[in-house]
Design a protein around this ligand. Sequence first.
Ligand code: ZN
Length: 271
Amino acid sequence: MPELPEVETTVRGLARFLEGKRLVRVRMNRPDMRRPFPPGLVQMLTGARVTGLGRRAKFGLIHTDRGQTLVFHLGMSGRWRIDPATDDRHDHLVIETEEHRFALCDPRRFGWVDLVPTESLDAWPSFAGMGPEPLGDGLTVAHLHTVLKGRKQAIKLLLLDQRIVAGLGNIYVCEALFRARIDPRKAGGSVSRAALERLVPAIREVLEQSIADGGSTLRDYARPDGELGYFATRFDVYGREGEPCRRDDDGTIRRVAQGGRSTWFCPRCQR
Ligand SMILES: [Zn+2]
């Protein structure tokens, strides 16, 4: 499932080919993905010039000179294929510039797209009320201290709440809590200021490292049949149940269920 680093990598990969380019052909191969394609999508995009790309949480943004932004979510299995050598029956939306073809391929169809006026992106339902970007200036110790104050819910679950921090998924919350040596089961309100001072840089580091890993994979995307969206990265706790803690503290990584999802952590060094 694409998390923030995969989306960021995808956006950077697309930007390389799309920025400043005019879309000459747009085609939908079915009427919907997880949601119906927005009305007028083909008409709006055809002939539009891409003025820039961006990301908000796990959404990719393709801005156009028509004041409209194509917002995409990769769902569980979505990816953009650049100049695919063959058609795939899961290519649901295909956009073309004079030079390249981009297919939004999503076998499970949990992904979706929307068209949003660029100037009112902040008010778009999925973005309204969203917390700060984890890689932006808004994520600070002071912010976390304020929003976590008095909260009884586990810190792990609170960090997955998009109103607290935008775009953090299960993997990166587990990894960041490990780096910050915080027990994921601890009540949000009782995480000390000192621990929050470790947590903020830990969140940035795990994401940046993963984006860097994706960036190194990205070089391969220059090849004509390149695909954007997935890459392997090295995790410290995620998926490592029963394995030794990388801190060599004799701890063994444990998996517990929180909010219906798995959490991995080291009970020895995460307090
Ligand atoms: Zn440990």
